[in-house]
Ligand binder design. Structure first.
Ligand code: PEP
Ligand code: MN
Length: 271
């Protein structure tokens, strides 16, 4: 690593980010929900389904970073109000992406965790702004970024006085085309070696294939990940964003029946 003096790597005690009841970095944190907030019914029904399957937090984008400017861009403030309602109805804390430094202070009023997407990992003014937001930040790895670059981005947030950074491995670009990206599972133990910050994995954007989500989630738990963030949609075929990769509520429920028991098993393995 080039950056020997980073706070991201020098502190020795593991960072635990508490959000509601969940202690990310100690418990297995499961964040689930649609790619984007599309309607009240879609969001609230999905929230209820993931909650009853055992999710700890609800994800959902109100601002979507789309490849095409003509694709659905998210509902904006209307989407945040729907998330607020879903939180009121289910008790699930909210993880939602912020794209623009000018929106951070007011999006933070709706978000329990602010998500920085892969495309914005090195948006330094955005990183500084979320560093001053008073909210935990889920920092996704840039799709072309090294671990060193990623940790330097975490440092931008930490250096503004925000200690609550959660790293998220969401797959990197390789020559492989069968999967949407390539999940760098080795990032989990590598990050564990390098930093005190918690790491979760995103099995959805890394694989782009619902059939691969469960095996990679189980593998991430076996590798020591602190949690997962996964896309679940009440009717995947109708999703306005990332329709091909969303899990059904039934698929998610099945996975959850195996994920937490695997974590319990891992914790009981001899040292
Ligand atoms: C998302 O979580 O919906 C998303 C856009 O993720 P990423 O930034 O990893 O592509
Ligand atoms: Mn998505």
């Amino acid at each position: 690593m080039s950056s020997l003096k980073l706070a991201a790597i020098t502190k020795t005690r593991r960072t635990v980010v508490q959000v509601g009841e969940v202690k990310i970095g100690r418990d297995l944190a499961v964040i689930a929900g649609p790619c984007s907030v599309e309607s009240e019914a879609q969001t609230i029904e999905t929230a209820r389904a993931v909650k009853s399957a055992g999710a700890d937090m609800l994800r959902g984008g109100a601002f979507k970073p789309r490849t095409s400017p003509y694709s659905f861009q998210g509902l904006g403030i209307g989407g945040l109000r729907i998330l607020e309602k879903a939180k009121r109805e289910t008790g699930l804390p909210i993880v939602t992406e912020v794209l623009d430094p000018r929106d951070v202070s007011w999006v933070a009023e709706f978000a329990d965790i602010l998500q920085i997407g892969t495309r914005n990992m090195q948006n330094f003014s955005l990183l500084k702004e979320v560093g001053r937001s008073g909210r935990p930040v889920l920092l996704k790895r840039g799709m072309y970024s090294t671990l060193d670059e990623w940790l330097n981005c975490a440092e931008y947030i930490l250096s503004e006085g925000n200690p609550d950074v959660i790293l998220c491995e969401r797959g990197i670009r390789t020559f492989e085309t069968y999967t949407r990206n390539t999940l760098d599972l080795s990032a989990v133990p590598a990050i564990r070696e390098l930093t005190h910050l918690p790491i979760v994995i995103d099995p959805t954007h890394s694989t782009g294939r619902p059939s691969l989500i469960e095996p990679m989630s189980l593998a991430a738990v076996a590798a020591g990940a602190d949690g997962i963030i996964v896309e679940v949609h009440w009717r995947p075929e109708e999703a306005l964003c990332d329709a091909d990769q969303a899990m059904t509520p039934a698929g998610f429920t099945g996975m959850m029946n195996r994920l937490r028991p695997l974590r319990t098993f891992m914790e009981k393995l001899p040292a």
